[in-house]
Unconditional design. Structure first.
Length: 198
């Protein structure tokens, strides 16, 4: 009985130790998804700026390159600082800011479409997410097995705790019900090739 209780305690400790890595993997998966979205937003923003900024009134290739070099910091909102760029007058600044608001509203649609760099980002983060998800799944399977063994062990402890010395005495006196309980209790105590003591 003590052996079973020791096993039960050890299994519960193992279960508790298994839960922490699962939580860690879930956090890691969440972070990977967030980083993938951020990377897609940056790539889509770069695509929009490179392909559409020159459509803004008064913005040519030269000013566009200056805006990208001096103002763009991986988000469309960073273009709000366009006023500090040489050659960007108040009309151009206003036009760029209006374009930025419109581009931000379209960003989610652009992310859904195909643009340069998108497939690389999806592949890179897809592999990491697959690996992490598979590791989490393997640990979950292990946890499920541990929980099954814990459940069986707990049932066995309960079953064995119902047997007392008085049950053995009544079985020795010939009480059939008690003989069956003792017989079940002793199952597994002795190897199959050994005779149960009489």
């Amino acid at each position: 009985m003590r052996l079973l209780q020791g096993i039960f305690t050890s299994l519960n400790k193992n279960k508790d130790e298994t839960i922490n890595p699962i939580t860690d993997f879930e956090v890691q998966i969440s972070r990977l998804k967030k980083r993938r979205i951020e990377a897609l937003e940056v790539a889509a923003s770069k695509f929009l700026i490179r392909t559409e900024l020159t459509k803004v009134s008064g913005i040519g290739e030269t000013l566009k390159e200056r805006i990208i070099q001096q103002s763009f910091k991986n988000t469309l909102l960073s273009l709000e600082n366009v006023a500090y760029i040489q050659g960007a007058g108040s009309e151009k600044v206003l036009a760029v800011r209006l374009w930025v608001k419109e581009a931000i509203n379209r960003l989610s649609e652009v992310i859904k479409s195909d643009f340069p760099g998108k497939q690389n980002i999806i592949s890179q983060y897809g592999e990491e997410l697959d690996d992490t998800t598979n590791q989490r799944f393997a640990i979950l399977q292990n946890l499920q097995k541990v929980e099954e063994v814990i459940s069986k062990t707990e049932k066995e402890i309960i079953r064995r705790s119902l047997i007392s010395t008085s049950t053995f005495r009544r079985a020795l006196k010939g009480d059939i019900k008690e003989v069956n309980q003792v017989s079940q209790y002793m199952k597994g105590t002795f190897t199959e090739w050994e005779d149960t003591p009489k």
